[in-house]
Each structure stands twice: as C-alpha cells, then as structure tokens.
Design a protein around this ligand. Structure first.
Ligand SMILES: Nc1ncnc2c1ncn2[C@@H]1O[C@H](COP(=O)(O)OP(=O)(O)OP(=O)(O)O)[C@@H](O)[C@H]1O
Length: 305
C-alpha cells in the first residue's frame, strides 16, 4: 500500500487485506486471536438465527410491516426490508424520512406501533429492557457522534466492553485496545479524552469499542458524514473488511450513494413513510422511478469528489 505524506490519495485497503496486516508486531498475535473469536461469535450467531427461523436461509435483521408515528406524524408506514447474516444493507433517503428512527427501533430505543422487528433472528418488538440488553450484546450501534463516555479516556472507552465480559488479563486488554485503535486508524490515542478528538476520530473509537464487544452485527448511523474524505474512505474500507473477513452483518444509514455502491448487498430507500425501493444498488440505478432518479441525480451534484 503506497502512501506518501504529501499524497492527496487516501490509502486504500483491499477487502481481502488482513485486518491485522498493519498492526504493530507486539499486538498482532493477540489481535489475531481476538478477531478469530469475533468471527466465531458471528458464525454462532448466524447458526442460532437460522435455527430460530427454522430454515437454512433467513433474515438476520428485518422490518416486516413496521409502522411508527409520533402523534399525528407518520414516520414509517408499512416498511419492509431485510438483511441476511453476513450481508450489508444501506438505508438511503433524504433528511427526516426515518432512517435514524429505523435504527433506534432495531436497537429497542424506540418501539414500533405495529409490525415485526427481527434482530439476530428474534422478534424484538415486544422485548423488555432486560431482553434488549441481551440483544445489544450481539447487535451494537455506532452513533454519529460516537456516544463515547466523556469522562474516561479513549483507551478505557474501548476497554469497557472487554471489562464487562471479563476473562482477560490487564495486559491482554491493553493489547486488544491498542490493536483495535490501530485497526480503525487512530493509533496511540489511548490516553486522550474523547473531547480531544475530531468527529471522525470519535467515530473510529466508537467502532473500536463496538468491535471490543465482539458483536455479530453493527449498525452505523452516517459513518462518513462530517469527516474528511480520507477518514471517510478509511471507515468505508474498514466496514468492507469487517464484512469480508469476519462476516459481520451491517446496516449503514447513509446519504452517500457511492458509499452504498461499494458496500451494500442491498439498499432500502425510504420516502414519505414508505420503503419506496428495496433491492441492489444496480437495480436502483436502473429504476425509472422519478423520485429515485431525482435522489440519485441530486446526490451526484452534492458529493464533493
Ligand atoms: N423521539 C421523537 N419524537 C418525535 N419526533 C421524532 C422523534 N425522533 C424522530 N422524530 C421525527 O421523525 C422524523 C424522522 O427522523 P429521523 O431522525 O429518523 O430522520 P433521518 O431520516 O435519520 O434524517 P437525517 O438524515 O436528517 O438524520 C423527523 O421528522 C423527526 O423530527
């Protein structure tokens, strides 16, 4: 991977490039073992979800006829989409169409008015907080602002899920924290406070913390907005490598159709309460639907590069 300091090209990471390839040698073996465990969890999660669905293939995460209103205001009206284990779904749409609300419903922070919400193969619509905490061990969310704990260091933020799970020595924990921070492009930031970091860095740390929890699926809210193109590319490449090498299931809310083009197995386009389109990005580009065409055309104009 050629990269010079004055190069304007962001360094690219091929999806096949091992996640540990660029880690410092002192952490690489621990990280290899740690990521191996993540991949095992992911595989177990996929098998569990299949067993629950009683079939060989079944969605890992899905909305089935989901409705959600705030007072008179209908945000989601009979919305359907799914993502299979190991796949990536991008949720597209203009501002205010319910993309973040959809993620919050999947995490159980908001309840749908009706419909089935499948997460890790289970219908969570009627789950209580304790049951949701179990689900959130498997499916974690990376918020736009990172949602880090402000009063503790970056290193302690990433160590948090490791400590919660237990079974790791302090030395191993330090190595995993160091390795995860290197992997997400913010090496050496352990002792900083979240307030010392830029938006993109906070998001990277949030991804490191999400991975520390050894999830089976990660939901990302606008991972590439408000970050410079280099950081955006790094985060996009990382999400792709996590999919390719660990088979993590992902849902990514984004405005950026180029990002969706590179990453998504399928996209869902929300518009006026409905899932106006659900399919591949190529199918979306081929669609004659004037609303889709307008969204894609505007997106071409808005994107800076
Ligand atoms: N807790 C809430 N109470 C009342 N209204 C809400 C609540 N959460 C979201 N909304 C409304 O629901 C609509 C959808 O919001 P949402 O944040 O999901 O949009 P979005 O598609 O993610 O937009 P953006 O791209 O701007 O983030 C908005 O009109 C918002 O004001």
């Amino acid at each position: 991977m050629a990269h010079t300091p004055d190069s304007h090209e962001a360094p690219r990471h091929d999806a096949e490039e091992p996640l540990v390839a660029e880690l410092t040698p002192d952490v690489a073996p621990t990280m290899e073992a740690f990521l191996g465990e993540v991949a095992e969890h992911v595989e177990e999660g996929a098998q569990e979800a299949k067993a629950q669905a009683g079939s060989v293939v079944g969605p890992y995460i899905a909305f089935q006829h989901v409705h959600k209103s705030f007072g008179e205001f209908v945000v989601l009206d009979d919305v359907n989409f799914f993502v299979n284990a190991g796949e990536t779904l991008c949720i597209l749409g203009r501002s205010g169409v319910g993309k973040s609300v959809s993620l919050q419903i999947l995490m159980g922070f908001l309840k749908p008015d009706s419909g089935t919400v499948l997460v890790a193969g289970q219908d969570i619509a009627g789950f209580n907080e304790r049951q949701m905490q179990e689900v959130r061990r498997k499916v974690t969310m990376v918020f736009q602002n990172g949602a880090l704990f402000d009063s503790i260091t970056v290193g302690e933020n990433v160590a948090f899920p490791l400590r919660e799970r237990g079974g790791m020595s302090e030395e191993e924990m330090l190595q995993v924290v160091k390795g995860l921070l290197e992997m997400v492009g913010v090496a050496g930031m352990e002792d900083k406070l979240p307030s010392d970091l830029s938006t993109g860095m906070k998001r990277s740390v949030a991804i490191a913390r999400a991975l520390a929890a050894q999830p089976t699926a990660v939901l990302y809210d606008e991972p590439t907005t408000m970050v410079d193109p280099l950081m955006g590319q790094l985060l996009g490449d990382l999400i792709q490598r996590l999919k390719q090498q660990l088979h993590l299931t992902s849902i990514v809310v984004t405005h950026d159709t180029r990002f969706a083009e590179n990453l998504a197995d399928r996209v869902v386009f929300l518009h006026e309460g409905r899932a106006r389109f659900f399919g591949t990005m190529a199918e979306m580009r081929a669609s004659e639907d004037p609303i889709l065409r307008e969204f894609l055309a505007l997106d071409e104009l808005v994107l800076p590069y």
